[in-house]
Design a protein around this ligand. Structure first.
Ligand SMILES: Cc1cc2nc3c(=O)[nH]c(=O)nc-3n(C[C@H](O)[C@H](O)[C@H](O)COP(=O)(O)O)c2cc1C
Length: 316
């Protein structure tokens, strides 16, 4: 059978396929290299990089829930200078797009990070993490559209690199924030970051996480992620990297059909380090079975109007 075309375009970037990884769930460099060939991914999205090294939050900072996990890692990383010196040379050799996720506590931080990465030829795009629920000012920039606009505009004025802005479902005016990011020049959006939750150890009568709250990820948040994707696609013409509980090809297809350009696999990597490859194979299999030649035909193929008709009970 003929090969299917998985090529996905966002602006000037051409991805060999739409499958990538969600920031912070795929190690910080080569941790997954013994399970899969990174070059088979459409892109690699890095763990968040900050201006200075961060130790992260106190342990325990991971807790498994019935349908996902709570994490309060707190953006542990060695900082941008270490990233440029020690990680970029590794990623440079891998023939796929490198998307560097960045976060700061101020607009100046974001600008400084963007400026440094702008000089790096092997970086294809940035992802602005303005939605981390586990650090002090993590949600500040996506709390209000005005603040989102300011930080996104400042990055836009700094770098020629295309970038995604990663949003939180916790923003009260979610669509307002999305609109602000788009108006300020974000080339694409990443939806969604984790949602704050909590768990209690009933024997010790204390929170399971040292930080009390942690971001919930995994299958539990998939319907929420899908809803936000759909809302954004109904309102705006903007490419989206979708994430939130994508564990299987079936899950990934839900997001593609709802209009996502890229599918980022997150929590699934902890359960099955080869999840991305299985998802990629599953998407190909689906396309062959359905007779799709290109993934562009799958993207946005959601048929809303027919939803009620399809479910009608046949008479008699
Ligand atoms: C352990 C862990 C660490 C994460 N670290 C980051 C991070 O550094 N930066 C970021 O933008 N998102 C981070 N995230 C959020 C994921 O990128 C993703 O948005 C979220 O987990 C939803 O996808 P999932 O349900 O497939 O995991 C992290 C998630 C987990 C579970």
């Amino acid at each position: 059978m003929a090969k299917v075309d998985l090529t996905t375009k966002i602006g000037t970037l051409i991805f060999k396929n739409p499958v990538t990884v969600a920031s912070g769930t795929f190690g910080s460099k080569d941790e997954y290299a013994r399970y899969l060939n990174y070059e088979r991914l459409g892109a690699i999205v890095t763990k968040t990089v900050t201006p200075k090294p961060r130790k992260g939050n106190q342990m325990p900072r991971i807790f498994e829930t019935p349908s996902g996990m709570l994490n309060s890692i707190g953006l542990q990383n060695k900082g941008i200078d270490d990233f440029i010196e020690n990680k970029i040379p590794y990623f440079k050799k891998i023939k796929t797009h490198l998307i560097v996720n960045i976060a700061g506590e101020s607009i100046e931080d974001f600008v400084a990070l963007a400026k440094k990465l702008d000089r790096e030829k092997s970086v294809s795009a940035l992802e602005l993490n303005i939605s981390c629920p586990n650090v002090k000012k993590g949600l500040e920039f996506c709390a209000k559209p005005e603040l989102t606009y300011e930080v996104v505009k400042a990055v836009k004025d700094t770098t020629k690199l295309p970038f995604f802005t990663k949003l939180s479902p916790e923003a009260h005016d979610f669509l307002g924030v999305a609109e602000a990011a788009i108006k300020a020049g974000s080339d694409a959006l990443s939806l969604i970051n984790t949602i704050r939750g909590m768990a209690v150890d009933v024997e010790k009568c204390r929170p399971q996480l040292a930080n009390v709250f942690g971001g919930l990820s995994g299958p539990a948040i998939r319907p929420i992620a899908l809803r936000y994707l759909h809302e954004v696609k109904c309102e705006f013409d903007i490419p989206v990297m979708a994430m939130g509980g994508i564990m299987t090809a079936q899950d990934a297809l839900e997001f593609l059909i709802a209009g996502a350009h890229l599918i980022a696999v997150g929590t699934a990597n902890f359960v099955n380090p080869k999840a991305t490859m299985e998802i990629l194979g599953g998407i190909e299999g689906y396309m062959k079975r359905k007779g799709y030649a290109s993934v562009n035909e799958v993207r946005g193929s959601l048929r809303i109007k027919e939803a009620s008709e399809d479910r009608s009970v046949p008479a008699g």
